[in-house]
Design a protein around this ligand. Structure first.
Ligand code: NAD
Length: 263
């Protein structure tokens, strides 16, 4: 029961990839409010993100690793350990999307999505696990998607990558099962972030819809709640996975999807 305090993660360090916007920033903010120092990553406004995290009274560092480059990822994990002494919590969140039928799917988009959404998760786990094992505690949280468990037309690379993340999560959980390191995946449905805004804009342009009608159409097609999941809700689920109550959650694929995959 020791971690039921207002700052249950005080003294811990969390590295959240792709955390200059959207879900990653929401998770970083939640973990910062729980007391963790944060290593931010991503191509958005790094200074603004650092300021937001420091406002929670913790320390923050931004590393600009390109998650499609294994050497950058190793450098980022090394820099985090050098700066804060540890990466106790690794949240693999960085991701990109491209929507197109298979026969027209640009090969460079396939390669980039597999590199950033899937291979980067492997490289970050590979780099972070040895120090977690040395310290005898760790949390790896992979942000997969409903598309890790079901498909959608037009999203071949994304769906393949996210299914791969779920498989990798299970293997990681088995390889750490005899330790205090856990590996789990979170599978969000629609969350209103820049990644989804692009798809809303494309739908509005294609169908001649207003922005609000395009949002309603998008949700109506897949998400029975009719509401977007929020980055804060995903952050709080990630925080729960860092608690002692989750010590025996291993290899789980936690859906937070407004009922998308219940259908
Ligand atoms: P977003 O576009 O708001 O944020 C993506 C983040 O990743 C940004 O900080 C961006 O700079 C960073 N990034 C992109 N390419 C990078 C690279 N090569 N190297 C380093 N950083 C890079 O997207 P989001 O919606 O917050 O998505 C975050 C994660 O959540 C992704 O893995 C996505 O697949 C997943 N997800 C999103 C939704 C949704 O509805 N938004 C649903 C399910 C899963």
């Amino acid at each position: 029961m020791s971690d039921i305090t207002s700052k249950p993660l005080a003294g811990k360090t969390a590295l959240v990839t792709g955390s200059t916007s959207g879900i990653g920033l929401g998770i970083a903010q939640t973990l910062a409010h729980a007391g963790a120092n944060i290593v931010l990553n991503g191509f958005g406004d790094a200074e603004a993100a650092v300021r937001q995290i420091e406002a929670a009274g913790v320390r923050a560092l931004h590393h600009g690793a390109d998650m499609s480059r294994p050497a950058d990822i190793e450098d980022m994990v090394g820099a985090a350990i050098k700066h804060f002494g540890a990466v106790d919590i690794l949240v693999n969140n960085a991701g990109i999307q491209h929507v197109s039928p298979i026969e027209a799917f640009p090969v460079d988009r396939w390669d980039a999505i597999i590199a950033i959404n899937l291979s980067a998760v492997f490289h970050a786990m590979r780099a972070a696990l040895p120090a977690m094992r040395e310290r005898g505690w760790g949390r790896i949280i992979n942000i997969a998607s409903v598309h890790g468990v079901v498909g959608s037309a037009g999203k071949s690379a994304y769906v393949a990558a996210k299914h791969g993340v779920i498989g990798l999560t299970k293997v990681g959980a088995l390889e750490t099962a005899d330790s205090n390191i856990t590996v789990n995946a979170i599978c969000p449905g629609w969350v209103l972030t820049p990644l989804v805004q692009q798809q809303i804009d494309a739908l509005a342009a294609r169908e001649g819809l207003s922005a609000d009608d395009a949002k309603r159409r998008l949700l109506g097609e897949k998400q029975p709640s009719g509401q977007f999941v929020t980055p804060q809700q995903i952050g709080e689920l990630a925080q729960f996975l860092c608690s002692g109550a989750a010590d025996n959650m291993r290899g789980a694929e936690l859906k937070i999807d407004g009922g998308w995959t219940a259908q």
